[in-house]
Design a binder for this molecule. Structure first.
Ligand code: G3P
Ligand code: CA
Length: 256
């Protein structure tokens, strides 16, 4: 497995599987991540937050209601309680029995076959940065598994990125944005030596892509789910797209 930050990774645009393979498999599940690998993605994207007993859990919403057969806040449940839930049957009965994964399980499944984009959810941000804050636990886990080079850590919350950037051995880091990046934000991205910017595709312009490239960042817009939007993004010079439809995306990109 190559280092995510090597320049020779970028011969062609990356397809990044959003929450695994969200259009056709239950999001943020092992079956979805494996399907995204089979589809040939360069990287998967997933979402993490902490359980009540401070374990790193892979799930998008702060509540269980939409993507499991449970109810209430993820942060109120222990890992053991979360593991009793079904995280696949809501999507299709074929996937009943899929569990809410821990980040550690997903990293073991991926086993450096592709890159992983770990999104730290803003709801998990703790401004006082306790010793077991999620950003510290994630970096320690990546170190323990010798996976710092094959993972990217991203967030909408700049406070996470500032904390990670000053760690002794930071992994690649990305800022996610729903808004266009101001000059100050672009400057911050460059000075923190971020790897990439992940904007909502609706706010991407060629000028924004060029300005991020000028300070050394790659650009991966989310969530690009149509051929027309994929082509528009590529024409603006992005380095890849984050999509719910990885297999279709290969066709969009390679059969223009
Ligand atoms: O990583 C980009 C994208 O995943 C951010 O939005 O809500 O799908 O986590 P969301
Ligand atoms: Ca996400």
């Amino acid at each position: 497995m190559k280092n995510i930050q090597s320049d020779d990774n970028f011969g062609s645009p990356w397809i990044v599987g959003h929450r695994g393979y969200r259009a056709r498999y239950p999001e943020n599940t092992l079956v979805g991540f494996e399907a995204a690998i089979s589809a040939g993605v360069a990287m998967i994207e997933l979402d993490v937050m902490l359980s009540r007993d401070r374990r790193i859990i892979v799930i998008h919403d702060s509540t269980l209601d939409r993507t499991t057969n449970g109810f209430g806040d993820v942060a109120d449940k222990t890992l053991a309680e979360l593991k009793m839930l079904d995280a696949g049957g809501w999507f299709d009965s074929r996937f009943s029995g899929q569990q809410v994964p821990e980040l550690s399980e997903v990293l073991d499944l991926i086993d450096r076959r592709i890159f992983v984009n770990i999104e730290l959810k803003s709801t998990a941000y703790e401004p006082d940065h306790p010793p077991d804050a999620i950003e510290k636990q994630v970096i320690e886990l990546l170190k323990r598994k010798n996976m710092l080079e094959s993972n990217l850590v991203s967030s909408f919350e700049a406070g996470f990125l500032e904390q990670i950037a000053v760690m002794a051995q930071p992994p690649a880091i990305a800022l996610i944005s729903d808004e266009p990046a101001s000059g100050d934000v672009i400057g911050m991205c460059g000075s923190l030596n971020l790897f990439s910017w992940h904007p909502n595709y609706r706010v991407v312009t060629e000028d924004q892509v060029n300005r991020m490239h000028a300070v050394g960042l790659k650009v991966f817009p989310f969530t690009v789910n149509t051929r027309a939007d994929a082509i528009k993004m590529l024409d603006m010079g992005v380095d890849g797209i984050i999509t719910d439809e990885p297999e279709l995306a290969f066709n969009w990109i390679h059969k223009q």
